[in-house]
Design a protein around this ligand. Structure first.
Ligand code: SF4
Length: 453
């Protein structure tokens, strides 16, 4: 028999509890269990006036943004529509069935004003990291560092080459992204190298490309990840430029130590982080084991002796060459942070190995970084089993980036300027940590979910 729907839609009174209609194993139930925004209002209080019309509730704003970043809803207009229509989103945002969802334009204005000035997104992110620590998901023994490039909201066809492409002080260019760019120039000074292309809409974004792909403007999201459970303990936005990405490592390690009293025993990274100053800072200043391949260009490819064919005598600060002669230094540190060790011209001229050592110069010269001992520590670590485990652990950060782009759909930014990128990366990392906690700590359909919802 063909069934027919019994109820019409003309009832005046309903007995309806939103909580009953959200499935026990819904991801938002798990996330809600671990999200505590209890002190958000106190944090934001200095940024609100005591008079005038009440603003959108900041907790509602943050909950809506978390829904957006958790489920890859990238448009603010669509997010407002989805929260209006979706019962689970309403439940998570603490809205009743008739609760008013903010208009997307007021939502946008609030998000870019007080929230940015107050550092609210970092406050929320750090609160979630603290909760991950409380739940035992952060071991603190090994951290992995990596960066991933995300396209900026800038048209790749509208760039202009050179640093002086525009009169940036012209009021017609005065957007928030341009003002941020100019403020950074006032602090850091004009760039010394000519930029290949600069975007008029987001001048801080760097012109970059992935191997084999077309170039575009982008920012890098830098993750510092605890390798125990893959929790992101810090995130930093930088222009898509290697030097900035490596510098972000220091910022994040210092900040995590300062905020959470966490300092890893080992730091895992790829060769981009293996330059001598970085290894020196890790080994000598921070006492952290660098599980990082050493950036080394000293091996020669022309068949002549490389530096590794010479033995370093640390006690006497000299090299011993394959013919048993000494190369000594004046101990002067050159501008490239290198010491020069030179053999005697007298020894080299009389040496039978000269054609294989220094065929084009009167005597052999070797450069040694002032951080060479730290590089040696990294080379020795690379032979250990712990290092091989670190190589496997590094995949956790790569998986987080894949998840960020494929599941959370953050492959292109919607906000411009460094602070826009920072806001987006902080929210995305917050969403990733919350999703991980929800999935790891709340078995699907468990009674615990119901008890704490
Ligand atoms: S050429 Fe000079 S540095 Fe090279 S092996 Fe001979 S003596 Fe040693």
């Amino acid at each position: 028999m063909m069934g027919q729907q019994a109820d019409g839609q003309d009832r005046l009174f309903y007995s309806f509890n939103l909580d009953d209609y959200v499935p026990l194993d819904h991801l938002l139930r798990g996330i809600d269990r671990f999200l505590d925004l209890g002190d958000l209002r106190r944090h934001l209080e200095p940024f609100y006036s005591h008079t005038g019309r009440p603003s959108i509730d900041p907790e509602l704003m943050v909950r809506m943004l978390i829904v957006g970043y958790c489920f890859g809803i990238r448009s603010e207009r669509r997010l407002c529509e989805e929260v209006h229509l979706n019962l689970a989103y309403r439940w998570f945002c603490r809205l009743s069935l008739e609760g008013k969802v903010p208009d997307h334009s007021s939502f946008s204005k609030n998000r870019h004003g007080r929230f940015r000035d107050s550092g609210a997104f970092r406050h929320v992110f750090e609160g979630v990291v603290q909760r991950c620590m409380t739940e035992g998901l952060v071991g603190g023994e090994g951290f992995a560092i990596d960066a991933s490039v995300i396209k900026a909201d800038a048209n790749r066809a509208r760039g202009t080459p050179g640093n002086d492409a525009f009169d940036w002080r012209d009021p017609k260019h005065s957007t928030r992204a341009v003002r941020e760019y100019l403020a950074a120039l006032d602090v850091d000074g004009e760039p010394t190298t000519e930029r290949k292309a600069i975007s008029p809409t987001d001048p801080a974004a760097r012109w970059t490309s992935a191997p084999g792909g077309p170039a575009f403007y982008g920012y890098s999201t830098n993750y510092l990840v605890d390798v125990d459970a893959g929790i992101i303990v810090d995130v930093e936005a930088t222009p898509a430029f290697r030097t900035d990405e490596v510098n972000a490592t220091r910022t994040m390690i210092e900040r995590v130590e300062d905020r959470f009293d966490l300092k890893p025993e080992r730091l895992i990274g790829d060769m981009a982080y293996g330059a001598a100053p970085m290894l020196g800072w890790l080994v000598e200043d921070k006492l952290i084991e660098p599980h990082i391949p050493v950036w080394d260009k000293s091996e020669r490819q022309d068949g002549t002796f490389s530096r590794s064919d010479f033995v370093f005598d640390a006690e006497r600060d000299r090299y011993i060459c394959p013919d048993g002669k000494y190369l000594s230094t004046t101990a002067q540190v050159h501008s490239d942070d290198m010491l020069r060790y030179r053999a005697s011209t007298y020894d080299c001229q009389a040496c039978a190995l000269k054609p294989k050592c220094c065929p084009n110069t009167p005597a052999r010269k070797i450069s040694r970084s002032v951080h060479e001992s730290a590089r040696d520590v990294a080379r020795e670590l690379a032979k250990t089993d712990r290092y091989r485990q670190s190589r496997r652990d590094r995949k956790k950060v790569e998986m987080l980036f894949a998840h960020l782009k494929r599941i959370l759909k953050l492959d292109r930014l919607r906000l411009r300027g460094p602070s826009g990128a920072q806001d987006e990366f902080l929210l995305a990392a917050t969403a990733q940590n919350l999703r991980r906690m929800a999935k790891w700590l709340t078995p699907a359909g468990s009674g615990a979910l119901q008890a704490t919802a």
